[in-house]
Design a protein around this ligand. Structure first.
Ligand SMILES: Cc1cc2nc3c(=O)[nH]c(=O)nc-3n(C[C@H](O)[C@H](O)[C@H](O)COP(=O)(O)OP(=O)(O)OC[C@H]3O[C@@H](n4cnc5c(N)ncnc54)[C@H](O)[C@@H]3O)c2cc1C
Length: 310
Protein backbone atom coordinates (compact mmCIF):
# COMPACT_ATOMS: atom_id res chain seq x y z
CA UNK A 1 0.00 0.00 0.00
CA UNK A 2 1.13 3.55 -0.68
CA UNK A 3 0.73 4.43 3.01
CA UNK A 4 3.61 1.98 3.70
CA UNK A 5 5.83 3.85 1.23
CA UNK A 6 4.89 7.14 2.87
CA UNK A 7 5.53 5.66 6.33
CA UNK A 8 9.00 4.45 5.33
CA UNK A 9 9.93 7.79 3.72
CA UNK A 10 8.70 9.72 6.74
CA UNK A 11 10.48 7.49 9.24
CA UNK A 12 13.78 8.07 7.38
CA UNK A 13 13.37 11.85 7.14
CA UNK A 14 11.33 12.76 10.20
CA UNK A 15 11.92 9.88 12.61
CA UNK A 16 9.76 7.13 14.05
CA UNK A 17 9.05 9.11 17.22
CA UNK A 18 6.90 11.49 15.17
CA UNK A 19 4.98 8.66 13.51
CA UNK A 20 2.25 6.27 14.54
CA UNK A 21 0.99 3.35 12.50
CA UNK A 22 -2.62 2.30 12.97
CA UNK A 23 -3.12 5.27 15.29
CA UNK A 24 -6.14 5.17 17.63
CA UNK A 25 -7.85 8.45 16.76
CA UNK A 26 -9.92 8.28 19.97
CA UNK A 27 -6.65 9.22 21.71
CA UNK A 28 -6.22 12.29 19.52
CA UNK A 29 -9.75 13.70 19.50
CA UNK A 30 -11.87 15.40 22.15
CA UNK A 31 -14.76 12.96 21.51
CA UNK A 32 -12.52 10.11 22.80
CA UNK A 33 -14.18 7.94 20.16
CA UNK A 34 -13.60 6.69 16.65
CA UNK A 35 -11.46 4.40 14.53
CA UNK A 36 -7.78 4.24 13.63
CA UNK A 37 -5.73 6.11 11.04
CA UNK A 38 -3.36 4.05 8.87
CA UNK A 39 -0.59 6.58 9.62
CA UNK A 40 -0.44 9.63 11.87
CA UNK A 41 2.48 12.03 11.60
CA UNK A 42 3.23 14.98 13.88
CA UNK A 43 5.88 17.05 12.06
CA UNK A 44 8.38 18.82 14.31
CA UNK A 45 8.79 21.93 12.17
CA UNK A 46 7.69 23.52 8.87
CA UNK A 47 10.46 21.79 6.92
CA UNK A 48 9.24 18.36 8.09
CA UNK A 49 5.63 19.32 7.40
CA UNK A 50 6.53 20.37 3.83
CA UNK A 51 8.35 17.09 3.31
CA UNK A 52 5.37 15.09 4.61
CA UNK A 53 2.97 16.93 2.29
CA UNK A 54 5.32 16.42 -0.68
CA UNK A 55 5.59 12.64 -0.11
CA UNK A 56 1.85 12.31 0.46
CA UNK A 57 1.17 14.17 -2.82
CA UNK A 58 3.76 12.12 -4.75
CA UNK A 59 2.28 8.84 -3.54
CA UNK A 60 -1.28 10.14 -4.02
CA UNK A 61 -2.26 9.00 -0.54
CA UNK A 62 -5.41 10.47 1.07
CA UNK A 63 -4.57 12.89 3.85
CA UNK A 64 -6.30 14.80 6.58
CA UNK A 65 -4.88 17.78 8.45
CA UNK A 66 -5.77 17.96 12.11
CA UNK A 67 -5.21 20.58 14.78
CA UNK A 68 -6.26 19.85 18.34
CA UNK A 69 -8.92 17.32 17.29
CA UNK A 70 -11.85 19.13 18.95
CA UNK A 71 -14.14 19.17 15.94
CA UNK A 72 -13.42 15.78 14.37
CA UNK A 73 -15.01 12.34 14.38
CA UNK A 74 -13.32 9.38 12.67
CA UNK A 75 -15.71 6.57 11.66
CA UNK A 76 -15.03 3.24 13.38
CA UNK A 77 -13.75 1.66 10.15
CA UNK A 78 -10.78 4.05 10.36
CA UNK A 79 -9.03 6.42 7.96
CA UNK A 80 -7.09 4.78 5.10
CA UNK A 81 -4.61 7.57 4.69
CA UNK A 82 -2.24 9.85 6.58
CA UNK A 83 -3.44 12.14 9.33
CA UNK A 84 -1.07 15.09 9.61
CA UNK A 85 -1.30 16.45 13.13
CA UNK A 86 -0.25 20.07 13.55
CA UNK A 87 0.94 19.80 17.10
CA UNK A 88 2.84 21.88 19.59
CA UNK A 89 5.90 22.19 17.32
CA UNK A 90 4.13 24.92 15.37
CA UNK A 91 2.75 26.79 18.35
CA UNK A 92 4.85 29.95 18.78
CA UNK A 93 2.91 33.05 19.85
CA UNK A 94 4.60 36.34 18.94
CA UNK A 95 3.38 39.81 19.92
CA UNK A 96 4.07 42.59 17.40
CA UNK A 97 2.94 46.20 16.74
CA UNK A 98 -0.30 45.22 15.06
CA UNK A 99 -1.39 42.31 17.22
CA UNK A 100 -0.40 38.69 17.58
CA UNK A 101 1.11 36.13 15.25
CA UNK A 102 0.42 32.53 16.25
CA UNK A 103 1.63 29.23 14.84
CA UNK A 104 -1.20 26.98 13.60
CA UNK A 105 -0.70 24.59 16.53
CA UNK A 106 -1.02 27.29 19.22
CA UNK A 107 -4.15 26.81 21.32
CA UNK A 108 -6.71 29.64 21.28
CA UNK A 109 -6.73 29.55 25.08
CA UNK A 110 -3.00 30.33 25.19
CA UNK A 111 -3.28 33.06 22.55
CA UNK A 112 -6.15 34.68 24.45
CA UNK A 113 -4.12 34.51 27.69
CA UNK A 114 -1.20 36.21 25.93
CA UNK A 115 -3.55 38.90 24.57
CA UNK A 116 -4.82 39.54 28.09
CA UNK A 117 -1.28 39.73 29.45
CA UNK A 118 -0.38 42.33 26.81
CA UNK A 119 -3.66 44.28 27.17
CA UNK A 120 -4.90 43.46 23.67
CA UNK A 121 -8.65 43.20 23.14
CA UNK A 122 -10.70 41.39 20.47
CA UNK A 123 -9.99 37.73 21.19
CA UNK A 124 -11.93 37.31 24.44
CA UNK A 125 -14.65 35.29 22.64
CA UNK A 126 -12.11 32.58 21.76
CA UNK A 127 -10.64 31.97 25.21
CA UNK A 128 -12.96 29.03 25.91
CA UNK A 129 -12.85 27.39 22.46
CA UNK A 130 -10.57 24.35 22.85
CA UNK A 131 -9.14 24.39 19.30
CA UNK A 132 -5.86 25.48 17.74
CA UNK A 133 -5.26 28.68 15.76
CA UNK A 134 -5.14 26.64 12.53
CA UNK A 135 -8.35 24.72 13.24
CA UNK A 136 -10.13 27.93 14.27
CA UNK A 137 -8.96 29.84 11.19
CA UNK A 138 -10.05 26.93 8.96
CA UNK A 139 -13.48 26.54 10.63
CA UNK A 140 -14.04 30.28 11.21
CA UNK A 141 -14.72 29.38 14.82
CA UNK A 142 -16.81 31.79 16.82
CA UNK A 143 -18.69 32.31 20.05
CA UNK A 144 -20.70 35.02 21.80
CA UNK A 145 -19.82 38.30 20.14
CA UNK A 146 -16.92 37.17 17.96
CA UNK A 147 -15.72 35.15 15.02
CA UNK A 148 -12.19 34.41 13.77
CA UNK A 149 -12.83 36.13 10.41
CA UNK A 150 -13.17 39.45 12.24
CA UNK A 151 -9.84 39.27 14.07
CA UNK A 152 -7.72 37.62 11.39
CA UNK A 153 -5.46 39.88 9.40
CA UNK A 154 -3.61 37.25 7.35
CA UNK A 155 -3.33 33.49 7.21
CA UNK A 156 -0.09 31.86 6.11
CA UNK A 157 -0.79 28.81 3.98
CA UNK A 158 1.19 25.84 2.64
CA UNK A 159 0.01 24.35 -0.66
CA UNK A 160 -1.14 20.79 -0.13
CA UNK A 161 1.78 19.31 -2.09
CA UNK A 162 4.20 21.26 0.14
CA UNK A 163 5.53 23.23 -2.83
CA UNK A 164 4.76 26.83 -1.91
CA UNK A 165 3.93 29.09 1.02
CA UNK A 166 1.71 32.13 0.48
CA UNK A 167 -0.69 34.21 2.51
CA UNK A 168 -4.31 35.34 2.30
CA UNK A 169 -6.13 38.20 4.00
CA UNK A 170 -9.31 37.49 5.95
CA UNK A 171 -11.36 38.79 2.97
CA UNK A 172 -9.56 36.38 0.67
CA UNK A 173 -10.28 33.38 2.93
CA UNK A 174 -13.88 33.18 1.65
CA UNK A 175 -15.25 33.14 5.18
CA UNK A 176 -18.87 32.35 5.97
CA UNK A 177 -20.58 30.82 8.98
CA UNK A 178 -18.19 27.99 10.04
CA UNK A 179 -16.71 27.81 6.53
CA UNK A 180 -13.63 28.97 4.67
CA UNK A 181 -12.34 28.41 1.20
CA UNK A 182 -9.69 26.03 2.54
CA UNK A 183 -12.46 23.43 2.87
CA UNK A 184 -12.25 23.16 -0.91
CA UNK A 185 -8.50 23.71 -1.47
CA UNK A 186 -7.40 21.42 1.43
CA UNK A 187 -4.27 23.47 2.00
CA UNK A 188 -2.47 23.70 5.32
CA UNK A 189 -2.56 26.70 7.63
CA UNK A 190 0.91 27.42 9.03
CA UNK A 191 0.23 30.55 11.07
CA UNK A 192 -2.32 33.24 11.68
CA UNK A 193 -1.79 36.99 12.17
CA UNK A 194 -4.46 38.55 14.37
CA UNK A 195 -5.31 42.24 14.47
CA UNK A 196 -6.16 43.22 18.03
CA UNK A 197 -6.47 46.62 19.65
CA UNK A 198 -5.18 48.09 22.89
CA UNK A 199 -7.61 47.69 25.75
CA UNK A 200 -7.79 47.74 29.53
CA UNK A 201 -6.54 44.53 31.09
CA UNK A 202 -9.30 44.53 33.73
CA UNK A 203 -12.02 44.86 31.07
CA UNK A 204 -10.49 42.06 29.00
CA UNK A 205 -10.26 39.78 32.04
CA UNK A 206 -13.85 40.56 33.02
CA UNK A 207 -15.15 39.74 29.53
CA UNK A 208 -13.18 36.47 29.39
CA UNK A 209 -14.44 35.45 32.84
CA UNK A 210 -18.02 36.26 31.84
CA UNK A 211 -17.83 34.16 28.65
CA UNK A 212 -16.13 31.29 30.47
CA UNK A 213 -18.68 31.19 33.27
CA UNK A 214 -21.55 31.30 30.75
CA UNK A 215 -19.88 28.34 29.01
CA UNK A 216 -19.58 26.42 32.27
CA UNK A 217 -23.25 27.02 33.07
CA UNK A 218 -24.68 26.18 29.65
CA UNK A 219 -22.35 23.61 28.10
CA UNK A 220 -21.61 20.05 29.23
CA UNK A 221 -18.05 19.97 30.53
CA UNK A 222 -18.30 16.63 32.33
CA UNK A 223 -18.45 14.44 29.20
CA UNK A 224 -16.24 14.30 26.08
CA UNK A 225 -17.74 15.97 22.99
CA UNK A 226 -16.79 17.96 19.92
CA UNK A 227 -18.74 21.04 20.99
CA UNK A 228 -21.99 21.91 19.18
CA UNK A 229 -22.54 18.94 16.91
CA UNK A 230 -24.71 20.74 14.38
CA UNK A 231 -24.43 24.03 12.54
CA UNK A 232 -26.87 26.75 13.48
CA UNK A 233 -29.61 26.75 10.81
CA UNK A 234 -30.43 30.24 9.44
CA UNK A 235 -32.66 32.15 11.89
CA UNK A 236 -32.72 29.29 14.40
CA UNK A 237 -30.68 27.34 16.93
CA UNK A 238 -29.92 23.62 16.58
CA UNK A 239 -30.20 23.09 20.36
CA UNK A 240 -33.67 24.69 20.50
CA UNK A 241 -34.94 22.60 17.56
CA UNK A 242 -33.58 19.40 19.14
CA UNK A 243 -35.16 20.27 22.47
CA UNK A 244 -38.52 21.09 20.86
CA UNK A 245 -38.45 17.70 19.12
CA UNK A 246 -38.24 16.15 22.62
CA UNK A 247 -34.75 14.74 22.15
CA UNK A 248 -32.90 16.09 25.17
CA UNK A 249 -31.20 13.15 26.90
CA UNK A 250 -31.99 10.64 24.13
CA UNK A 251 -29.19 8.14 23.53
CA UNK A 252 -27.86 5.48 21.19
CA UNK A 253 -25.37 3.16 22.90
CA UNK A 254 -23.13 5.45 24.94
CA UNK A 255 -23.76 8.56 22.82
CA UNK A 256 -26.28 10.98 24.31
CA UNK A 257 -27.90 14.30 23.47
CA UNK A 258 -26.67 16.41 26.39
CA UNK A 259 -29.22 17.13 29.12
CA UNK A 260 -27.61 20.53 29.66
CA UNK A 261 -27.31 21.70 26.04
CA UNK A 262 -29.26 19.75 23.42
CA UNK A 263 -26.92 20.97 20.65
CA UNK A 264 -24.12 18.82 22.09
CA UNK A 265 -23.78 15.07 21.52
CA UNK A 266 -21.69 13.68 24.37
CA UNK A 267 -19.80 10.45 24.95
CA UNK A 268 -21.04 9.10 28.28
CA UNK A 269 -18.29 6.45 28.34
CA UNK A 270 -17.01 4.13 25.64
CA UNK A 271 -19.23 5.47 22.84
CA UNK A 272 -18.26 4.32 19.37
CA UNK A 273 -18.33 6.59 16.32
CA UNK A 274 -21.15 4.31 15.10
CA UNK A 275 -23.19 5.21 18.23
CA UNK A 276 -22.53 8.92 17.70
CA UNK A 277 -23.41 8.81 13.99
CA UNK A 278 -26.57 6.76 14.59
CA UNK A 279 -27.64 9.35 17.17
CA UNK A 280 -26.81 12.15 14.72
CA UNK A 281 -29.06 10.52 12.10
CA UNK A 282 -31.87 9.98 14.58
CA UNK A 283 -31.71 13.62 15.67
CA UNK A 284 -31.68 14.81 12.04
CA UNK A 285 -34.72 12.67 11.16
CA UNK A 286 -36.78 13.61 14.22
CA UNK A 287 -35.97 17.32 13.96
CA UNK A 288 -36.88 17.24 10.26
CA UNK A 289 -40.20 15.54 11.03
CA UNK A 290 -40.89 18.08 13.74
CA UNK A 291 -39.76 21.32 12.11
CA UNK A 292 -39.01 20.64 8.44
CA UNK A 293 -35.38 21.71 9.06
CA UNK A 294 -32.51 19.35 8.18
CA UNK A 295 -29.63 19.88 10.61
CA UNK A 296 -26.15 19.74 9.15
CA UNK A 297 -23.20 18.53 11.23
CA UNK A 298 -20.56 21.12 12.10
CA UNK A 299 -18.23 18.32 13.24
CA UNK A 300 -15.92 17.12 10.45
CA UNK A 301 -16.58 13.41 9.86
CA UNK A 302 -13.93 11.31 8.13
CA UNK A 303 -13.03 7.66 7.57
CA UNK A 304 -14.70 4.46 6.51
CA UNK A 305 -17.74 2.57 7.74
CA UNK A 306 -15.95 -0.77 7.35
CA UNK A 307 -12.61 -1.75 8.80
CA UNK A 308 -9.29 -2.06 6.94
CA UNK A 309 -5.88 -3.58 7.42
CA UNK A 310 -3.24 -0.88 7.87
C1 LIG B 1 -16.22 21.60 24.60
C2 LIG B 1 -16.11 22.22 23.22
C3 LIG B 1 -16.56 23.52 23.02
C4 LIG B 1 -16.49 24.11 21.75
N1 LIG B 1 -16.93 25.39 21.58
C5 LIG B 1 -16.86 25.97 20.37
C6 LIG B 1 -17.32 27.31 20.17
O1 LIG B 1 -17.77 27.99 21.08
N2 LIG B 1 -17.23 27.83 18.91
C7 LIG B 1 -16.72 27.13 17.86
O2 LIG B 1 -16.67 27.66 16.74
N3 LIG B 1 -16.28 25.86 18.04
C8 LIG B 1 -16.31 25.27 19.24
N4 LIG B 1 -15.86 23.98 19.41
C9 LIG B 1 -15.34 23.22 18.24
C10 LIG B 1 -13.84 23.35 17.99
O3 LIG B 1 -13.13 23.63 19.17
C11 LIG B 1 -13.54 24.44 16.95
O4 LIG B 1 -14.14 24.16 15.70
C12 LIG B 1 -12.03 24.60 16.72
O5 LIG B 1 -11.79 25.71 15.90
C13 LIG B 1 -11.38 23.37 16.07
O6 LIG B 1 -9.99 23.49 16.20
P1 LIG B 1 -9.03 22.21 16.25
O7 LIG B 1 -7.64 22.70 16.27
O8 LIG B 1 -9.43 21.32 17.35
O9 LIG B 1 -9.37 21.59 14.84
P2 LIG B 1 -9.59 20.04 14.49
O10 LIG B 1 -10.78 19.53 15.22
O11 LIG B 1 -8.33 19.29 14.63
O12 LIG B 1 -9.97 20.18 12.94
C14 LIG B 1 -11.15 20.83 12.56
C15 LIG B 1 -11.05 21.12 11.05
O13 LIG B 1 -9.99 22.08 10.85
C16 LIG B 1 -9.04 21.56 9.92
N5 LIG B 1 -7.71 22.01 10.36
C17 LIG B 1 -7.21 21.96 11.61
N6 LIG B 1 -5.99 22.52 11.65
C18 LIG B 1 -5.70 22.90 10.38
C19 LIG B 1 -4.58 23.51 9.75
N7 LIG B 1 -3.49 23.89 10.45
N8 LIG B 1 -4.62 23.75 8.43
C20 LIG B 1 -5.73 23.40 7.70
N9 LIG B 1 -6.81 22.82 8.23
C21 LIG B 1 -6.80 22.58 9.55
C22 LIG B 1 -9.21 20.04 9.96
O14 LIG B 1 -8.82 19.47 8.72
C23 LIG B 1 -10.69 19.89 10.23
O15 LIG B 1 -11.42 19.90 9.02
C24 LIG B 1 -15.92 23.37 20.66
C25 LIG B 1 -15.44 22.07 20.88
C26 LIG B 1 -15.53 21.49 22.15
C27 LIG B 1 -15.01 20.11 22.36
Amino acid sequence: MNTDIVYRALSEQIGEDRLEKNARMAEHTSFLAGGRAAVLVTPGNVRQLRYAMKIIAEEKVPFFIMGNGTNILVRDGGYRGVVVKIGSALSDIIINDRGIEAGAGALLKHIAEKALEKGLTGLEFAAGIPGSAGGAAYMNAGAYDGEMSRVIERVEILKSDGSEIYSLSSDEMGYGYRTSKLMATREVILSVALKLTAGKRDDIALKMDDFNSRRKQKQPQDYPSAGSFFKRPPGNYAGTLIEKAGLRGISVGSAMVSMLHAGFIVNTGGATATDILALMKLVQERVFEHSGIMLEPEVRIIGEQDGFEA
